[in-house]
Design a protein around this ligand. Structure first.
Ligand SMILES: [Fe+2]
Length: 153
């Protein structure tokens, strides 16, 4: 069976992870203000997760006879915390899509070990989506609360 389509899909994942390393690190560097203490660490934790996935996927590509990409996609840069968080949610959702597609291909190839490998990464990406959704939900709630508080006073 031709493994090249799967290798190409894994390289799409790797390209996405390299983007995450740069994008999350940039956010961690520039985030400023009262919430810097919280979000700088969160963004760097996510940069580390992206690097961890990049390492796993790069090793797998070589094991399958491919060449791991050194390319990345364009990085979304902003100094606005809400935009950083929205970019992060979008980034994680895109990762879910890529690994889901790779997983479908691995299932069609009846490659059980690769299915399990991808399921573990996919699960972490989905947790990323859910985590950023919760953060953004809470932000919206806080804004509504402060809005109603100012009306009451
Ligand atoms: Fe990832």
């Amino acid at each position: 069976m031709d493994r090249q389509p799967l290798i190409d899909k894994l390289n799409e994942g790797l390209r996405h992870e390299w983007t995450g390393v740069a994008q999350y690190s940039q956010a961690g560097f520039v985030v400023a203000g009262l919430w810097r203490e919280v979000y700088s660490k969160l963004f760097f934790d996510n940069a580390k997760e992206s690097f961890g996935h990049a390492k796993l996927v790069g090793e797998k590509i070589v094991a399958m006879g491919g060449v791991p990409t050194i390319e990345r996609k364009s990085v979304k840069q902003t100094d606005d915390l809400m935009e950083m968080l929205q970019n992060a949610r979008a980034f994680e959702a895109e990762a879910v899509g890529i690994y889901q597609a790779a997983l479908d291909m691995a299932e069609q190839a009846h490659d059980r070990p690769l299915v399990i490998f991808l399921e573990n990464i996919l699960l972490e990406e989905q947790e990323g989506v859910e985590e950023f959704e919760k953060i953004l939900r809470q932000q919206k709630g806080a804004a509504e609360m402060s809005g109603s508080a100012s009306k009451a006073s």
